[in-house]
Design a protein around this ligand. Structure first.
Ligand code: SF4
Length: 464
């Protein structure tokens, strides 16, 4: 996912053009955030710090005192996009600070743009702030509270990403995230819960739990307990999920790997029921189904028995919605492997699926496995076959929802037409519910919608 915050006009989080004691105008920073939700959380933290120090955020590079570009380095196409964003910022402004995943390879950035002021890797908040201080010293007013207690969020007010750990202990052969972001470092449960509590107090209705490997949460801390409210909470996936679901907002779990202890979390979902705050939703990046390909990918979790696991979870929790992503055209993937994947898809009948055509990432182990490269035209063909197959599955799953009443969170409402998401749909990656309503709806409202029509990805219905 890519998100760029460059546009004209004042930024929504901009509240004061000038600090009240220091009469110098507050320095302006233009911020570009690229990449996945994990990078977005880094952007939020940096922006929170900037606002706390009195910086003003502007959506235009021209006229800003400096530009910060938070880059993505996951795929070569993402790197190209990051380089283009840096180039645009240099042209329009000239004072550019680069951070994020691509910053872990400063050579490539320096080679293309020797004029950038500073380069740092992901989560290097201090380095970014130092570079900003140097480029545009703050006009700080310690008496004016510029930042809401929950920090500055780049997502709409009604949902927020909650990062529970950084880094990853796995060694998937196509991925350079562990090299970029380091080994797993989990946040103490108390810290995560306090952040979640602040978000809910500020109006967040849906917490999207993210990390590189959510089910590995706490392993590095040996599940250490930490204080939250009047109790101690273990840094354990199950315990954290249980506590989060008591805070009064929907809790959606992303990037979960099918480790055995995920079964306990599915049981918790079943206990919390079809209307509980813990959503009966799992985002599990399966990536493939052929044991040969999974082995070459070096995927974590017992990925070869996933169909059995999916069936058992559905037995325990019949309304469980599963979303996943897959890679087609991984080196060495044969027609037989690919057909196995299509058959698997037909049996698993996942609710939401995304696919990527394999892209070799510089520095990834997969490039050196000595496996046959799948030609681009073949990758494209497989991708289309895959998407066609899944489209039919998705359409038939959604058709079964016609006539049902679903709880929907409202994402937008304009001119009498609302758009939202059911409990089975995450923002930005899954489908939408288009809502006809006789009464005005507010963003973040939970409404019951009677579904009267289904497409391949979206549902349509009437608010009741
Ligand atoms: S689990 Fe695999 S794909 Fe995900 S961040 Fe870790 S190494 Fe990369």
């Amino acid at each position: 996912m890519t998100r760029a915050l460059v546009a004209s006009g004042p930024a929504p989080w901009q509240s004061k053009p000038m600090t009240e004691i220091d009469q110098r105008p507050a320095p302006k920073i233009s911020f570009v955030s690229l990449g996945c939700p994990k990078a977005l959380v880094d952007s939020e933290r940096i922006i929170t710090r900037l606002r706390a120090e009195g910086y003003e955020l502007t959506r235009s590079h021209a006229g800003a005192d400096a530009v910060v570009v938070n880059t993505c380095g996951f795929l070569d196409s993402a790197k190209a996009e990051s380089l283009a964003a840096i180039g645009a910022a240099l042209n329009e402004n000239g004072k550019v600070i680069v951070t994020g995943c691509m910053g872990a390879e400063p050579g490539a950035i320096r080679e293309a743009y020797p004029g950038v002021l500073a380069i740092s890797g992901p989560q290097a908040y201090e380095s970014v702030m130092e570079a900003v201080h140097e480029a545009a010293p703050p006009a700080h007013d310690p008496y004016v509270d510029l930042v809401p207690p929950q920090g500055v969020k780049l997502t709409p007010r009604h949902f927020a990403y909650l990062k529970i750990s950084e880094g990853c202990n796995n060694t998937c052969s196509f991925c350079i995230i562990p090299a970029l972001r380091g080994k797993l470092v989990s946040r103490p449960a108390g810290d995560v819960l306090r952040e979640a509590e602040k978000l809910v107090r500020a109006g967040v209705k849906e917490l999207l739990v993210i990390s590189q490997d959510t089910s590995a949460y706490g392993i590095d801390l040996r599940y250490e307990e930490s204080a939250f409210a009047d109790r101690s909470v273990r840094a354990k996936f199950l315990d954290l999920t249980r506590e989060l679901s008591t805070l009064g907002a929907w809790v959606r779990l992303h990037y979960v790997y099918p480790y055995p202890h995920v079964d306990e979390v599915v049981e918790l979902m079943a206990q919390s029921g079809a209307t509980g705050n813990l959503l009966q939703y799992l985002d599990i990046p399966f990536q493939h189904a052929s044991p040969r390909v999974l082995k070459a990918m070096r995927r974590p979790g017992n990925q070869e028995k996933t169909l059995d696991r999916v069936k058992a979870w559905r037995q325990a929790c019949p309304d469980l919605a599963i979303r996943s992503t897959f890679i087609v055209g991984f080196p060495g993937e044969t027609e037989e492997d690919f057909e196995m994947l299509l058959d698997w898809l037909g049996e698993a009948r996942l609710d939401r699926v995304g696919a990527f055509k394999y892209e070799p990432v510089k520095g990834a182990m997969a490039n050196d496995l000595g496996l046959a490269v799948v030609p681009d035209e073949e990758k494209e063909r497989r991708y289309r076959r895959f998407m066609e197959k899944q489209q039919a599955i998705s359409a038939s799953i959604l058709k079964n929802k016609v006539g049902k009443r679903l709880q929907v969170i409202v994402d937008s409402f304009e001119n009498g037409v609302g758009k939202g998401r059911s409990r089975a749909d995450a923002p930005e990656i899954d489908g939408s519910v288009h809502i006809a309503s006789r009464r005005p709806l507010r963003v973040g409202d939970l409404v019951t919608v009677k579904i009267d029509k289904a497409g391949p990805y979206d549902l349509h219905g009437m608010a009741v």
